[in-house]
Write a protein that binds this ligand. Structure first.
Ligand SMILES: *[C@@H]1O[C@H](CO)[C@@H](O)[C@H](O)[C@H]1NC(C)=O
Ligand SMILES: *[C@@H]1O[C@H](CO)[C@@H](O)[C@H](O)[C@H]1NC(C)=O
Length: 360
C-alpha cells in the first residue's frame, strides 16, 4: 500500500513539474514574442530597459553616455533647438546683479549651503534664516548660507527688485543673476550656482544645494561630510535606473526629442545634494558639451556620467527623504533632509528639535 502511494505520488509530482516546465517555457516565448514582434518600434527602448533591470549600472551608464553623445553630435551639426518650454538657455554668460564676492573668504566655511528660491518668496527665505539657516557653527566647523535668485518675472518686478536690494543689504546672503527665474530655468540656476562657486568659493571643502522647502539637519550634514571623500564626491538620495517620464501631464515630462534614452543616468535628487568643491569646475566644463535638460538634478547626473564619476550613496538610506517624514524628535534627530508640507511645519519641527532633553 505504502509503496503504491509512493509510486503514485512520484508520478504525480513528475507530471506536476512537467506542466510547470511547459508553463515557464510558454511564458518565456510569450514575452519574447511581445518584445520582438508586437512592438518592433519600441525595440531599442525595451532592450535598454531590460539592460537597466538586469545589468550592473556600469553598462547602462555607458549606454546612456553613448546616447547623450549622439544627441550632442547631432545638435552641433544641425544647431537643433528643442521646443519651448524645454529649451534651456545654457551655456550663456549671465551677469551678476546681486553678489557676495567675499562671503567665502571672510567666513572660511567647511560647507556652504546654496538655496535656490524664487525672488518673490521672501517667506521661505525668512523661514530658513530663522531655522536651519541660523546654525552657523557645528563643533569647530563653519557653515555659510546663500540664496540663489534669477530675475523676477511678475508684474511688480521693479518693486520686487527694490525689496531684494534692501534684503540683500540687510542680510548679505543673496546671489542674483540676470536670467528669468522660472521653473523651466532651474537648470540655469544650478549651473550659475556652480559657476559662482568656481569663481568665489574655492577654499571650502564642500557645498550643498538644498531646496528652501526642506527641513535640514545641519549637524548631521557636517557629521556626514567629516568622513566623506574630498574629491569627486557627490551624494544625496541617488536614483539609479529611473525611467524617463513620457506622460505629457507629468511635472517632469521629457519628450523624446529633448532626451532620447528611456532611463535617466544615475543622479542625486534635487531636494538636497552635497558635493566636494573640486566638482563645480568639472561640471561646468561638462555642461558646455552635454545638451541641457530643464530638470536640474538629472542634468547634473548627465554631466557626472559624461565625466565618468560615480555618485556616492549616503551611509544610511533614511538620511535623505523625498516624501515628507512624519515628525518625531527621534527620527528627525537622525535624518539629514526631508521635504515638508508647509513652511509652518518646517519652522515648528526645527524649534521642537532645539528644545533640551533626550531625542529618543
Ligand atoms: C529662461 O531665462 C532666459 C534668460 O533670461 C529667457 O530668455 C527664457 O525665456 C527663460 N525661460 C523660461 C522658460 O522662463
Ligand atoms: C562619455 O562620452 C564622452 C565623449 O565621447 C567621453 O569623453 C567620456 O569619457 C565618456 N564618459 C564615460 C563615462 O564613458
Amino acid at each position: 500500500m505504502v509503496e503504491d502511494c509512493e509510486k503514485q505520488c512520484q508520478h504525480q509530482s513528475n507530471s506536476d513539474s512537467r506542466s510547470l516546465r511547459s508553463f515557464v517555457i510558454f511564458t518565456v516565448f510569450l514575452v519574447l514574442f511581445l518584445c520582438y514582434y508586437i512592438i518592433p518600434n519600441k525595440l531599442s527602448e525595451s532592450w535598454a530597459l531590460t539592460v537597466g533591470l538586469f545589468l550592473p549600472e556600469k553598462f547602462t551608464t555607458r549606454a546612456i553616455n553613448v546616447s547623450l553623445n549622439r544627441v550632442s553630435a547631432l545638435t552641433s551639426a544641425e544647431l537643433w533647438k528643442p521646443p519651448e518650454p524645454y529649451y534651456v538657455a545654457y551655456p550663456y554668460k549671465y551677469n551678476l546683479v546681486l553678489n557676495e564676492p567675499e562671503k567665502c573668504q571672510k567666513e572660511n566655511p567647511f560647507v556652504v549651503l546654496m538655496v535656490p528660491v524664487a525672488p518673490s518668496n521672501t517667506a521661505a527665505r525668512d523661514a530658513v534664516r530663522s531655522t536651519w539657516g541660523s546654525e552657523r557653527l557645528v563643533g569647530d566647523k563653519t557653515v555659510s548660507i546663500l540664496f540663489l535668485l534669477g530675475l523676477p518675472t511678475s508684474e511688480e518686478r521693479e518693486t520686487l527688485q527694490q525689496n531684494l536690494l534692501q534684503e540683500s543689504e540687510k542680510y548679505h546672503d543673496l546671489i542674483q543673476r540676470d536670467f528669468w527665474d522660472s521653473y523651466y530655468n532651474l537648470t540655469i540656476k544650478t549651473m550659475v550656482m556652480l559657476e559662482w562657486l568656481t569663481v568665489y568659493c574655492q577654499n571650502p571643502s564642500y557645498a550643498m544645494k538644498v531646496d528652501s522647502d526642506v527641513f535640514l539637519n545641519v549637524k548631521n550634514v557636517v557629521n556626514m561630510l567629516l568622513s566623506a571623500p574630498k574629491q569627486n564626491y557627490m551624494s544625496g538620495l541617488v536614483a539609479r535606473n529611473a525611467m524617463v517620464l513620457r506622460d505629457p501631464h507629468s511635472k517632469w515630462y521629457l519628450p523624446k526629442t529633448v532626451y532620447d534614452p528611456p532611463l535617466y543616468p544615475p543622479y542625486a535628487l534635487g531636494l538636497g545634494y552635497v558635493f566636494s568643491l573640486d566638482l563645480p569646475v568639472k561640471l561646468v566644463k561638462a555642461a558646455q558639451i552635454v545638451k541641457p535638460v530643464y530638470i536640474e538634478d538629472v542634468f547634473l547626473g548627465q554631466c557626472m556620467t559624461h565625466l565618468g564619476i560615480a555618485l556616492t550613496d549616503p551611509p544610511d538610506g533614511s538620511l535623505f527623504n523625498t516624501f515628507p517624514v512624519e515628525y518625531n524628535r527621534c527620527r528627525y534627530s537622525k535624518l539629514i533632509a526631508t521635504t515638508t508640507r508647509s513652511l509652518r511645519d518646517q519652522v515648528e519641527f526645527w524649534k521642537d528639535l532645539q528644545r533640551p532633553g533626550p531625542y529618543c
